[in-house]
Design a protein around this ligand. Structure first.
Ligand code: CS2
Length: 476
């Protein structure tokens, strides 16, 4: 590839933070270097590295999935450098040369290097983006010990982040013994708590109570809310970067201009001064997290399957479709916001911001990206509005409509009637849903998805059945 160091075409259009990589020490290990990490946390750390207090906060980017090794080796060839393009709703584009991922380790190939990086006392922080489904907790926050990936990891394999954290923390507890912070950056409610409970159960399953005791004393798990709409990387941007700057950057990533990171101020190790570059440290993340998950993520989730059923490709098209725009507004105003109740966040103003972001015609966020992994997303994003509105003594009819349309979507995908790539890692758990006679019942009573809603509010099953019939008629 053309080195980033070689003078580029149009250098005035490409911004870069003012630091030399040779002055940077790695202080953070990040597990899961996907597009979202590159567009979000890596950008914040890149800004921090330019400040006098930032020099020891370089990132070590770690791949943990064998299926991502080929892409990751490309990333290592690029020495972890890439261009982040951001697009504002008015079409203005900005290009930033991001260099904060100063080390790269393919943990799928050399897991011991990851252990050494986590154990290194210069490492103060381990961050993770391994997707919502990557934490393997059931509806009662119980680690799925019978899941093949977890089972194998307990026997010493390296499938999930728990296996990497286990080995790295074990080494740390036996060497420097330095305190450390594990910061989850996935869209899970109470994400820090979930990571902590998942890891503690994993350590018990490994039969390592002394490591569990060490972790309890020396590791903190702050919760965090992360936000930037980051479409799936596309060859269009690789080409744009090549044409504009003369750089072959296959790791370039594009996102919206909006970005937010709110972190609970609970660091066992040293705390990076990320507040100097726009991150909010707060005592409690809950209000921000609830607003984001229940309005932005749930809004995406409840609208996207309907958009797919309408044959739309891009999410902003859904915001220009009168019915879907109205549905989105009604879902948020009738169900999501009342279910949240009192909040320090101005929820109506927040909704307006999200609606404007969703309408951004320049980012090309695809419906199929947002459809991905529905089984993991509904319980996190949508369930709270479902149960919350029932608790208020009302019927969450807009939430139920979104759920019903997902069911119809699943059926149409299964019978080959929809031309869409549905990436669903939990497809095996969903086979009963496509049974002709019992599918609706299996779906409505699935405890992972809806907890005890069907038992606590029996009208849910009838309301959902009706909504499914309605959706079947609408999307014949
Ligand atoms: C989306 C998120 O796929 C989804 O569930 O709602 O990826 C969303 O774009 C990000 O959370 C925005 O920060």
């Amino acid at each position: 590839m053309t080195s980033f160091l070689v003078a580029t075409r149009n250098p005035e259009q490409l911004s870069a933070q003012d630091y030399a990589r040779k002055d940077i020490q790695p202080g953070v290990v990040h597990l899961g270097v996907g597009a979202f990490h590159r567009a979000h946390q890596a950008m914040y750390f890149d800004r921090l590295l330019a400040l006098p207090e930032g020099k020891k906060w370089g990132l070590t980017g770690v791949n943990i999935r064998p299926q991502d090794s080929a892409t990751f080796s490309r990333f290592s060839e690029q020495k972890g450098e890439y261009i982040l393009k951001t697009m504002a709703p008015d079409g203005a584009a900005e290009y930033e040369h991001i260099r904060s991922i100063v080390h790269q380790i393919d943990g799928a190939k050399t897991p011991n290097e990851v252990d050494a990086a986590i154990a290194n006392s210069d490492t103060q922080l381990v961050t993770s983006t391994v997707t919502e489904g990557g934490y393997y907790l059931d509806e009662n926050r119980v680690l799925m010990l019978t899941h093949p990936a977890i089972k194998a990891d307990i026997d010493g394999a390296r499938n999930t982040l728990y296996a990497f954290l286990y080995a790295g923390l074990k080494m740390r507890s036996e060497t420097s013994k330095a305190k450390i912070t594990l910061l989850c950056c996935d869209n899970l409610r109470h994400n820090g708590e979930l990571l902590e409970t998942g890891l503690m159960q994993f350590l018990m399953a490994k039969n390592d109570p002394s490591l569990a005791a060490w972790v309890k004393e020396n590791v903190s798990f702050p919760c965090a809310m992360v936000d930037r709409i980051t479409p799936k990387p596309s060859p269009i941007h690789v080409q744009d970067v090549q044409e504009r700057f003369g750089i072959d950057d296959e790791m370039t990533v594009m996102g919206e201009d909006f970005v937010q990171w709110v972190i609970e101020d609970n660091f066992a190790g040293e705390k990076p001064a990320l507040d100097l570059v726009g991150v909010q440290f707060v005592a409690k993340v809950d209000p921000y997290e609830e607003a984001k998950i229940r309005i932005l993520n749930a809004g995406h989730t409840c609208v996207t399957y309907q958009a797919a059923l309408k044959g739309l490709t891009y999410f902003d098209e859904a915001m220009r479709d009168d019915e879907l725009k109205q549905y989105f507004t009604d879902f948020i105003k009738q169900d999501a916001i009342p279910a949240i109740g009192e909040s320090i966040v101005d929820l109506n103003a927040y909704f307006e911001i999200i609606a404007a972001r969703f309408s951004n015609t320049n980012i090309g966020d695809t419906v199929d990206r947002i459809c991905t992994d529905g089984y993991a997303k509904f319980p996190i994003f949508v369930y709270p509005s479902l149960v919350g509105v029932y608790r208020l003594g009302k019927t969450p009819s807009k939430t139920i409509q979104g759920i019903a349309c997902w069911f119809v979507f699943i059926h149409k995908v299964a019978s080959g009637q929809l031309d869409i790539q549905y990436h669903e890692p939990n497809a095996a758990a969903m086979t009963a849903f496509t049974n002709d006679d019992k599918g609706v019942h299996a779906f409505a009573t699935d405890p992972y998805l809806w907890g005890t809603v069907a038992k606590d509010y029996p009208s849910f099953v009838t309301d959902l059945t009706q909504a499914i019939q309605q959706a079947q008629l609408t999307y014949q």
